[in-house]
Design a binder for this molecule. Structure first.
Ligand code: 15L
Length: 279
């Protein structure tokens, strides 16, 4: 099924609104939809015109269902944004994401824009060019949690007819900060544009979209981005001379698209309360 007209959005819920990407989206999407409901566990700047602020923890389902009332689309950013003990990832990324999808379904929000990550495919070698259908190769429990969110999105599309975009975000920031980020950079203005396209596209179905700027160097084919009308304008190449100066590194994690996340990370080995094997 396809629809040909952009859906009218009255209220958009943004989770993780106080975070780095959330703050940029808050400013960039302001005024584009009649009401932006901004949710985070952290206190935020007071609501301006067309904004509501909700301080709540997504691990508690009742909070999520209350925040979803009257919402017709959700941008779900809230998560632990990197590797952590599995128990923490489980609570903040897996359980909270399930709460968001389920509350959306129950409250009649038909569209979810889910902040996935390149770390869902982080163990893909840098010698490979991949698209949205590439096999999942998570590089951390964090990456596994993002793969879980994508699978959950697929379920809610197939079973309940929701529209879901999973954004495999690369490296968000004012500018790329490393050689790897020449391939993975997503600029703030392109991030706003990308999320706006996901909210406004007449039809999403299930879309996996790489969240990157118009980088000259890329590992990722992005047909779904084109389909929803995303036209990024920034290119990390503008920083290439500076980032490529100096000797190349022989760090083995640079063989994989997930970069440093593919290295051995001991924080994830022994969740609190679970003794190391043999310990
Ligand atoms: C991510 O998913 C992280 O949240 C962020 O901190 C960066 O590490 C980014 O990926 C990246 O791959 O550069």
């Amino acid at each position: 099924m396809t629809r040909d007209r952009a859906p009218a959005r009255t209220r958009v819920l943004l989770t993780g609104a106080a975070g780095g990407i959330g703050t940029v989206l808050r400013a960039g999407l302001r005024g584009r939809y009649p009401e932006l409901r901004l949710l985070d566990t952290e206190a935020m700047d007071a609501a301006g015109e067309g904004e509501e602020v909700v301080v709540a923890d997504l691990r508690d389902y009742a909070n999520v269902e209350a925040a979803m009332e009257g919402v017709d689309a959700v941008v779900h950013l809230a998560a632990i944004p990197g590797e952590a003990a599995f128990a923490e990832i489980c609570a903040h990324n897996l359980v909270a994401t399930y709460h968001v999808f389920e509350a959306a379904r129950r409250q009649g929000a038909t569209r979810v824009v889910y902040a996935s990550s390149n770390h869902a495919i982080g163990f893909t070698p840098v010698t490979e060019r991949i698209g949205p259908d590439a096999p999942l190769r998570p590089d951390t429990y964090y990456g596994v949690s993002k793969a879980f969110g994508e699978a959950l999105g697929r379920l809610y599309v197939d079973k309940f007819g929701m529209d879901v975009a999973c954004l495999r975000i690369g490296s968000f920031g004012e500018r790329p900060g490393s050689r790897r980020e020449l391939f993975t950079w997503l600029s703030p203005r392109d991030a706003v544009e990308l999320v706006g396209c996901c909210l406004d596209a007449p039809y999403l179905g299930f879309a996996i979209v790489y969240g990157i700027s118009a980088n000259t160097r890329t590992w990722w084919d992005n047909p779904e981005a084109e389909r929803i009308g995303y036209r990024p304008v920034d290119d990390a190449e503008a920083f290439a001379a500076e980032l490529l100066a100096g000797p190349a590194s022989d760090d083995p994690t640079e063989r994989f698209q997930g970069g440093p996340f593919t290295g051995r990370d001991t924080t994830a080995d022994h969740p609190p309360g679970v003794p190391p094997r043999g310990g």
